[in-house]
Design a protein around this ligand. Structure first.
Ligand SMILES: *Cc1c(COP(=O)(O)O)cnc(C)c1O
Length: 386
């Protein structure tokens, strides 16, 4: 059997894979089995923050993996403590819980909200409010949080206690607090899987204000938008928000699994001994990788992300066949006249890897992608959309 046949025979068929096997790469260039070169504008869904086989990242990973690869959370671990310290110093948050994925980071956020509410408002205050069209993960609880019915259909009953409201509708937001006993509200500043849809900043501020007025927590899902992706370290910073809990994952460790849930002054002591745990969470190799990644996302790099973003938005908006460009930083959604699936297949044939989000073409290039590769990729896109 060839690879495709073996995959289709033995791997649970939950993904509609592209007909490509990436076997190597360097930075924003990746190669398939035939040696064909691609400009990577997807970075494994915003995971490879500095591209493939980045040398600084590799050194950090190799140094840690040659010392000890795992100790479990019953022992102290330098990379884990150092990363938590760095995350707190960079955000002003006070404590971090480490897990392995975005869904887990959100699960932790939800547990924090439920326990905080139980202790401060009463155990009946358990409702978690999220937005329609959101995406928060694939576990049964984060699926319940996800405001898209298509994901829910055959997995009932989901974890109860979730209410989805329409982004931008302040009246509905106020209504939900009148009708439910709310523990917290969880939002993405830019809905990634929902089609790269930025939240209206005034609405985001209203969410913060109304949540806090009712003693509920503001939680921001920065799994996709975080770690420099939108041109600020976390997207909430660009929105001027003051979250009580922040979850992140994807780009955090630059290609290794790591989730983090950040808690502020108010929520830092909610979780106590035995309240939560993860065998792999805060793995020293993942944390060493994340220390290297976060250390490089400094003001200079963020300014570069914003400059490349401005160039990209302008270049894309000038292409006939593109009807709308949305997003922020290097998280970009493109509405095309041709179907997005066709566009990304044609790009792939010409050596450019893009993703889709709903009916849009989605670009999530490496934070350090060279300008000349962006220019090349845009000219391919221009040809494809002719
Ligand atoms: C990808 C994503 C998740 C889920 O992350 P996993 O690591 O796949 O569990 C959650 N929230 C958002 C906003 C995401 O983009």
């Amino acid at each position: 059997m060839n690879l495709t046949e073996r995959d289709q025979t033995y791997v649970a068929q939950t993904y509609k894979r592209f007909p490509v096997e990436i076997v190597s790469g360097k930075g924003s260039l990746v190669y398939d089995t035939e040696g064909k070169e691609y400009i990577d504008l997807g970075t494994g869904i915003a995971v490879n923050a500095f591209g493939v086989a980045d040398e600084v990242w590799q050194e950090a990973v190799i140094a840690q993996i040659s010392k000890v690869q795992h100790t479990c959370n019953l022992f102290y671990s330098e990379p884990c403590a150092n990363l938590a310290e760095m995350l707190c110093a960079r955000t002003g948050m006070k404590k971090v819980f480490f897990s392995n994925s975005g869904a887990e980071a959100n699960e932790c956020a939800i547990k924090v909200a439920r326990k905080y509410a139980a202790e401060h408002l009463g155990t009946e205050y358990s409702t978690i409010v999220t937005l329609k069209n959101s995406f928060h993960g694939r576990t049964l609880t984060t699926l319940a949080a996800t405001g898209q019915d298509a994901f829910h259909k055959l997995f009932q009953p989901l974890t109860p206690g979730f209410v989805h409201i329409t982004p931008g509708d302040v009246a509905e937001l106020e209504q939900v607090f009148a009708e439910h006993k709310v523990a917290g509200i969880l939002i993405e500043c830019i809905q990634g899987e929902g089609g790269v849809m930025p939240l209206d900043p005034a609405y985001a501020k209203a969410v913060e204000h109304i949540a806090h007025e009712h003693g509920a927590l503001l939680m921001i899902d920065e799994v996709q938008t975080g770690n420099g992706r939108t041109g600020t370290l976390y997207a909430y910073m660009g929105y001027g928000l003051n979250p009580d809990v922040v979850s992140t994952a994807k780009g955090l460790a630059g290609g290794l699994p790591l989730g983090a849930t950040l808690m502020n002054e108010k929520t830092q002591d909610v979780l106590g001994y035995g309240d939560h745990g993860s065998t792999f969470g805060g793995n020293p190799v993942s944390c060493a990788a994340a220390l290297s990644v976060l250390g490089r996302i400094d003001d200079a790099l963020l300014a570069e992300v914003r400059e490349k973003s401005a160039w990209l938005f302008n270049a894309l908006r000038a292409i006939p066949g593109i009807t709308e460009v949305s997003g922020k930083g290097l998280m970009i959604g493109i509405h095309t006249e041709k179907p997005a699936g066709e566009v990304i297949a044609a790009c792939r044939a010409r050596g450019v890897l893009c993703l889709t989000a709903k009916d849009k073409v989605r670009l999530l290039p490496a934070l350090n992608i060279p300008m000349e590769l962006l220019e090349k990729a845009v000219s391919v896109l221009r040809d494809v959309l002719k």
